[in-house]
Design a protein around this ligand. Structure first.
Ligand code: CMP
Length: 139
């Protein structure tokens, strides 16, 4: 395996705005190999389960409603230092704090509707990848 893996979602508002192609282009252009890719939609129950770690946070309900509000792209990505490098590429959670050249600077609407998800640890990347993809869907 050439590197480590991380997991991403292109979120409903970015898909609805037609940004998915440009975001995927930025991801691939920055050296990430697509291991798995799926155009799908989370049910409310699935979105709740995916973001279970944030259950006690005040924004959990809003987050779950939003993530189930429309189709998303889910993907597993591979690169050396994938998780950390991908978090650099996406930028800060709040787009007003995101650096120039990052995906969120270019495409995020707000802290909640922030265009993309990126796993925050190698361990979570593995769990989140398996949430969407079976082993035989990972190439
Ligand atoms: P993500 O990287 O997918 O992980 C958790 C998500 O919670 C985050 O992106 C945002 O979409 C959302 N989030 C984080 N902080 C806030 C907040 N203060 N208000 C609303 N949503 C938030």
């Amino acid at each position: 395996m050439a590197g480590t893996r991380t997991f991403t979602m292109i979120k409903p508002e970015a898909v609805a705005a037609g940004h998915a192609g440009k975001i995927l282009d930025m991801i691939i252009g920055n050296g990430f190999r697509v291991v798995s890719l799926k155009y799908t939609r989370l049910s409310h129950k699935e979105a709740g389960a995916f973001y279970e770690v944030h259950k006690e946070r005040p924004f959990y309900g809003e987050l779950v409603d939003y993530m189930a509000s429309g189709p998303i792209y889910a993907a597993i990505l591979e690169k050396s230092n994938a998780m950390e490098d991908f978090r650099k590429l996406i930028g800060a959670t709040d787009p007003s704090q995101a650096a120039e050249g990052t995906i969120r600077k270019a495409f995020a609407e707000s802290k909640a509707k922030n265009a993309v998800h990126g796993s925050d640890s190698d361990e979570n990347a593995l769990i989140e990848g398996h949430f969407f993809f079976s082993s035989r869907e990972q190439y």
